[in-house]
Design a protein around this ligand. Structure first.
Ligand code: AHR
Length: 500
């Protein structure tokens, strides 16, 4: 089977925002306690941060990490999480029916972000919390000393402001499972007030309004439209969430998940464009896809209820090869729509629906870790709009779908052109001819391959390297190259190029 990809640096979707490689850390299960923070682990530093986890996450190059939730944020009080640890309350977490000790809070998160080399993306509570309280948190984090809440931060040992740039206005308030769930009009009012007050305090911040929590919601897009109409002048982004599933055990359809992801992006481009038109506005609001991943196995029942334990093992999804290739398709879709998607957060990062799993004394990289690292290492500069000529395959319930899913980037500074190719077909390898219309290949093309073989293969504690990237072979010409993508699999090519 063969396909062709044609690229021209003049046809592009603009600059890639590195924040599409963001992550998400929630107070949920063993994500924080026993995940990023575990004073009892032999791998932890003097602050209790797992060094091995920091090393693994550093390879993912996440420019932002969203925190502290998720559902958790909608009933939490940030004041419980700051100040002397001995005085922080233990309290029940309604979202995941667990006990929260608050030993890791805002201050620890900021220090951890610095240790990782990432930036905080803080969500405020707009479930049980209100706009005034959200503004108090901005005052605590971002104002110089001299006011009640900024002085409290200084009392807590942090004289300089944390200068948090990116703020989320609540979480999934469209969902009946959410503490403080309300109709769109009520959420929009809350989000407008909060964003307005927060920006009055610090005009340099950016805010993200909570969009629909999924395409299956009855209020999908009407919620987003209403929120955009009310909040347009005060927000910078609207969020989208999606969790992919192969619960139907239809792998042919599941491997075409990118088709659905593209649809969601089209939907958001449309609703944002519609409101912009209604308002005759010159302003742009972009998409923050701040929760995305595969999640269906550990999604119900005891996987989601902590029975009032501290750091219970929740949402510990075990990932396989097909899941990794679905994750790759989220990233190709975000890259292709670099004009729309400025932020995206893999949900989540450690132990909870995560690429990284821990035991007290060991760490495992799940299959979904690898495509993320392969993309984050190679995607730079502008996103090229690929012309794809591909055979189709029968994708189960999704009908006939192109076998090849692809994206490409070009870094004008180094001249490196990167190509991301997913073969969605599980039976036959795919030979892809990549043609460059306006660049010449100068030097050795590198190829990383992932996949091939059984769709269900996983990395586990006994065989941690069943699914890992390997070097591939490429035939290269003057302005072209040819590579074989495994069935099913991913290939990431990096071509050093010069002008023609
Ligand atoms: O990521 C797990 C949960 O999924 C988050 O807490 C919530 O926002 C979403 O429903």
């Amino acid at each position: 089977m063969s396909a062709r990809l044609t690229l021209n640096t003049g046809f592009n979707a603009g600059a890639i925002d590195a924040r599409i490689f963001g992550g998400f850390l929630e107070h949920l299960g063993r994500a924080v306690y026993g995940g990023v923070y575990d004073p009892k682990s032999p791998h932890s530093d003097e602050r209790g941060f797992r060094r091995d986890v920091l090393r693994a996450l550093a390879r993912m190059r996440m420019p932002v990490v969203r925190y502290p939730g998720g559902n958790y944020v909608s009933a939490y009080d940030w004041r419980d999480t700051v100040g002397p640890r001995a005085q922080r309350p233990r309290r029940p977490d309604y979202a995941w029916q667990s006990i929260e000790t608050n030993q890791f809070g805002i201050g620890e998160f900021m220090t951890w972000c610095e240790a990782l080399g990432t930036g905080p993306f803080l969500a405020v509570n707009l479930g049980t919390g209100d706009a005034a309280d959200a503004a108090r948190l901005v005052e605590y984090c971002n104002l110089p000393r001299g006011t009640r809440w900024s002085d409290l931060r200084a009392e807590h040992g942090q004289a300089n402001p944390y200068a948090v740039k990116l703020w989320g206005l609540g979480n999934e308030l469209d969902g009946p499972w959410q503490a403080g769930h309300v109709p769109a009009a009520e959420y929009a009012r809350r989000a407008f007030q909060a964003s307005f007050l927060m920006k009055q305090l610090d005009s340099s911040i950016e805010t993200v309004a909570a969009g629909s929590s999924g395409r299956g919601m009855p209020t999908y897009l009407s919620w987003d439209r209403e929120v955009l109409e009310t909040c347009w002048d005060t927000i910078d982004y609207i969020s989208a969430h999606r969790y992919s599933s192969n619960a139907a055990k239809d792998s042919a359809a599941y491997l075409a998940e990118g088709v659905e992801i593209d649809r969601v992006l089209e939907d958001y481009a449309a609703v944002i464009g519609y409101v912009r038109g209604l308002k005759r506005s010159n302003k742009r609001v972009y998409l923050a896809f701040d929760e995305w991943n595969v999640w269906y196995r550990a999604r119900h029942g005891e996987h989601t209820r902590g029975a009032w334990r501290e750091a219970p093992p929740l949402l510990e999804e075990a990932y396989n090869l097909e899941d990794a290739l679905v994750c790759a398709q989220y990233l190709t879709a975000f890259l292709r729509r670099a004009d729309l998607v400025k932020i995206a957060c893999l949900a989540q990062i450690v132990n909870v629906i995560a690429p990284v799993l821990t035991k007290r004394d060991a760490l495992l990289l799940q299959t979904i870790y690898h495509p993320f690292v392969m993309f984050a290492e190679a995607a730079r500069g502008i996103s090229l709009t690929p012309r794809i000529e591909s055979p189709e395959y029968s994708a189960g319930a999704r009908g006939s779908v192109p076998v090849l899913d692809a994206a490409a980037s070009f870094d004008g500074e180094s001249g490196v052109l990167s190509v991301f190719l997913v073969n969605r077909e599980s039976e036959r390898p795919l030979t892809v001819d990549v043609r460059l219309e306006d660049r010449r290949v100068m030097g050795k093309v590198s190829v990383q391959l992932l996949g091939g073989g059984a769709l269900q293969q996983q990395n586990d504690w006994d065989a941690p390297e069943r699914v890992v990237p390997r070097e591939g072979r490429v035939e290269q010409g003057d302005s072209a190259c040819r590579v074989e993508v495994p069935a099913p699999g991913l290939a990431v090519l990096q071509l050093p190029t010069t002008t023609r």
